[in-house]
Design a binder for this molecule. Structure first.
Ligand SMILES: [Cu+2]
Length: 170
């Protein structure tokens, strides 16, 4: 390695600069939140589509900051985005993961944070009008029994598991 480069890399102020940049990067992700009444939706993201798949999963965290429980009853997207959007749960039945609609919604108790995530409860879009690439964004509405609709923006991102297993659902 070139001595100048070495000096730059191992310089304490360079290391500090990298730490600051790393912090800023994580803050910008955390700031992607939406709030209506006592309900906060944190970091809504969508898995990019794979090949010609027109199905994908959407993920987010619901936090109830209030003193009474509320219930997420459905997810809505414009038909310019997809033909339909729904909430699903994954349950293990005889050692197999089965997906079924969350027909009674999902109760969120006071002070509770509920994650809609890969391998668990999640939202799903069917009949996407266009492929979703990393960096794409679209608006959607998460509808609660008490708080009403919470408008959010889903960002297409590479998920924590690096690949979306949801494309295999249908
Ligand atoms: Cu699903």
């Amino acid at each position: 390695m070139n001595l100048q480069v070495k000096k730059f890399l191992y310089n304490p102020s360079t290391i500090l600069l990298f730490l600051v940049l790393a912090c800023l990067a994580s803050f910008s992700t955390a700031a992607h939140d939406f709030k209506v009444g006592d309900i906060e939706i944190q970091h809504p993201w969508v898995a990019p589509t794979i090949a010609s798949s027109r199905v994908t999963g959407v993920y987010f965290t619901v936090k109830n900051l209030g003193k009474t429980s509320d219930k997420l009853i459905r997810i809505e997207v414009s038909d310019e985005v997809a033909d339909s959007a729904s909430l699903h749960e994954l349950r293990e039945v005889d050692g197999m993961l089965r997906m079924r609609p969350l027909s009674n919604g999902k109760q969120i108790d006071p002070g509770e944070s509920v994650q809609f995530e890969q391998g668990g409860d999640h939202g799903m879009l069917v009949g996407l009008k266009a492929p979703l690439l990393i960096g794409d964004k679209f608006e959607a509405s998460l509808v609660f029994e008490k708080a009403g609709p919470v408008n959010v923006e889903f960002w297409a991102e590479r998920g924590p598991a690096s690949q979306d297993t949801h494309a295999n659902h249908l």
